[in-house]
Design a protein around this ligand. Sequence first.
Ligand code: SF4
Ligand code: SF4
Length: 299
Amino acid sequence: MTSSNDIPTVELSHLDDLWFQVAGTRCNLTCHHCFISCSPKNDRFGYLTFAEVKQRLEESVVCGVKEYYFTGGEPFLNREMVPILVETLRYGPATVLTNGTVFKNEWLEELSKAEKESLYALEFRVSIDGFSPSTNDPIRGEGTFDRAMHGVIQLVQFGFLPIITATRTWTDDQEPQVLKAFVDMLKKAGYPRPRVKILPTIHLGAEEKRSRRYHETERVTVEMMHQFDSTQLVCEHSRIVTDRGIHVCPILIESENSILGQSLEQSMAGYALRHSACFTCYQYGAICSNPSSTKLVQE
Ligand code: SF4
Ligand code: SF4
């Protein structure tokens, strides 16, 4: 970790994880807490093509990337998503962050086959923000609970074990009951060993209107980084590819200064944690990674 004035800089220790903003900012939903305000009409970032992803995969081998993540928007709106994942499984493990509402059985069948033939695992994270229509739908849209749960069961039927991700829109003291309600609901729906990951809200994009903006005081300082384990921060070991270039992390793609270069090699510089969203990473750590989550419940 280095610093300039009072803003700490986190160096990239090694490019372990490479993310792809594969659907740009296009999503079939318009969730009220989406920190990049994705929607059916948001074209600020475009889709990545198979050819673009393939080129980055080849580039990533030289950099020693270990794992790949796909996000959007909704990745499965990208018509090349299935071939992109099949190709990625030749390079390493892949995780897709999806709202689970647009799967076709033939896609999952092909992906299940590709995973069985691969040395590497394919993981799905499905976003559901409540354990019932009445807790989920006010945030994600009318009917989205039923549609996402249908997607979860489709995944289970094709042999996948999706991680359910829920954004914390409840108070800390409600958390144990909420987690239990999620696990009970998932088991009852036919997912016997559910995994649930709780994420903090990020006060950017649509979430600024739903709850609040960051306060000026919510900043990471050099002093705060003393004795802090910076490996907890995604920017310490990851970068993300968009149709504009390579950015520091999936949270800040819309922020000024988030593009670090046009090649992976150029994107290896450290990053000054000048943004208020960095404060959320500091508080909760490991927001974007799979295994060491803020709260991962497995029963
Ligand atoms: S939170 Fe996810 S599902 Fe909801 S609008 Fe944003 S990208 Fe789409
Ligand atoms: S938002 Fe989080 S991952 Fe992104 S640069 Fe700030 S601390 Fe790093």
